[in-house]
Design a protein around this ligand. Structure first.
Ligand SMILES: [Fe+2]
Ligand SMILES: [Fe+2]
Length: 345
């Protein structure tokens, strides 16, 4: 990748938490004023530097030129069955096909997170659905974030398209089921008691997605061995998400502050449901893939992995959400095993 292409570090320097471009907040001032959302310093700063930092404002990399057929499309070591005897006994072509499917499914899940959770939540905020979330700066930052998410959708669709083209496999998205996260989100919305609970479900899932997606994208962004366009796509996406994580952190803190006790409890429950869903390995997708790729013994292999609790989670870095619940002062009110997280004191 040439140096004109942005790196993850380029994305970091202009986020509020790393190098603020506005005047520094005096020590002891909280990161937001719940009574004055328009003047939130983090939001205002992110609005001001979007045109310089957003991936959508950069030149697109030439995906076909970067494609290297000799590289794997996905990191083998994060497949839940990477060391299972059934997988290890497969011919190299079959293993390569499964890795291509893993990449296609990863893109599809990312697109679903954008289209079914993140952008709907941002749109609801802009429509005034949540108490305490309004104001010009906030709306500008949300409109920018929605442009980012729509562009991420395009990036991941393009990445899947070039994979199909260069691998010569159909690998159709439509053959895969709804992602686990999208399915759980929809089930919880269907079960919600009223409209405000439905809307809080979507905001909670978006909060988890926006704050945890960095760890999910890092699985590929930092892998030097896989297909360069795949790690580059994840890296370019990730740099925008560092800013979205800041926005979502502010949204969650503000909305929680304005909720009554019952809805606070509901929002916290949905945050934890969202986290459980987001970090899980999506076995329903894998069961479909082993059928599509015609893997003998594939379902038994997956059943073996599902039976092992240690393999249930794909994403194991919960630091962002752990930090959020700490800062909201509600860590003692949620039940989640944070044992792999580290929260700076
Ligand atoms: Fe995104
Ligand atoms: Fe995002």
């Amino acid at each position: 990748m040439n140096r004109d292409s942005p790196t993850l570090e380029d994305g970091l320097v202009e986020t509020a938490e790393h190098e603020p471009s506005g005047p520094p907040l005096p020590e002891g001032i909280p990161s937001f004023d719940p009574n004055d959302p328009v003047e939130n310093a983090v939001i205002r700063r992110l609005v001001g530097n979007w045109h310089r930092r957003a991936t959508v404002k950069r030149d697109e990399p030439d995906l076909d030129e970067l494609f290297d057929v000799s590289r794997a499309d996905y990191p083998e070591q994060i497949l839940p069955f990477h060391d299972h005897p059934t997988y290890l006994a497969l011919e190299p072509d079959k293993r390569s096909e499964l890795l291509s499917w893993a990449w296609i499914a990863y893109n599809r899940h990312t697109v679903m997170a954008e289209q079914k959770v993140a952008n709907p939540a941002f749109a609801l905020v802009m429509e005034g659905e949540y108490p305490g979330l309004s104001g010009e700066a906030l709306n500008l930052s949300l409109a920018q974030a929605m442009v980012d998410e729509q562009y991420h959708t395009l990036m991941h669709l393009n990445a899947s398209a070039v994979t199909r083209r260069r691998r010569g496999h159909a690998l159709p998205d439509a053959a895969l089921p709804l992602s686990h996260t999208a399915r759980v989100h929809q089930e919880l919305r269907d079960r919600a008691g009223d409209r405000s609970e439905q809307s809080l479900t979507t905001l909670a899932f978006a909060t988890v997605s926006e704050i945890s997606i960095n760890a999910y994208l890092d699985l590929l962004a930092e892998d030097q061995a896989i297909q360069p366009i795949n790690s580059t796509t994840a890296k370019l996406h990730n740099r925008d998400e560092y800013c979205h994580a800041s926005i979502s952190h502010v949204l969650a803190e503000m909305v929680y502050h304005h909720l009554d006790a019952r809805r606070r409890r509901y929002f916290l429950d949905m945050l934890m449901q969202g986290l459980d869903a987001f970090v899980a390995n999506d076995y329903s997708t894998w069961h479909r893939i082993v059928d599509l790729a015609d893997i003998a013994g594939g379902h038994e292999m997956l059943a073996d992995c599902q039976a092992e609790t240690g393999r249930k989670r794909l994403v194991r870095d919960y630091t962002g959400l752990h930090k959020l619940v700490e800062q909201m002062g509600v860590a003692d009110q949620v039940d989640f095993d944070w044992s792999r997280s580290h929260v700076a004191s």
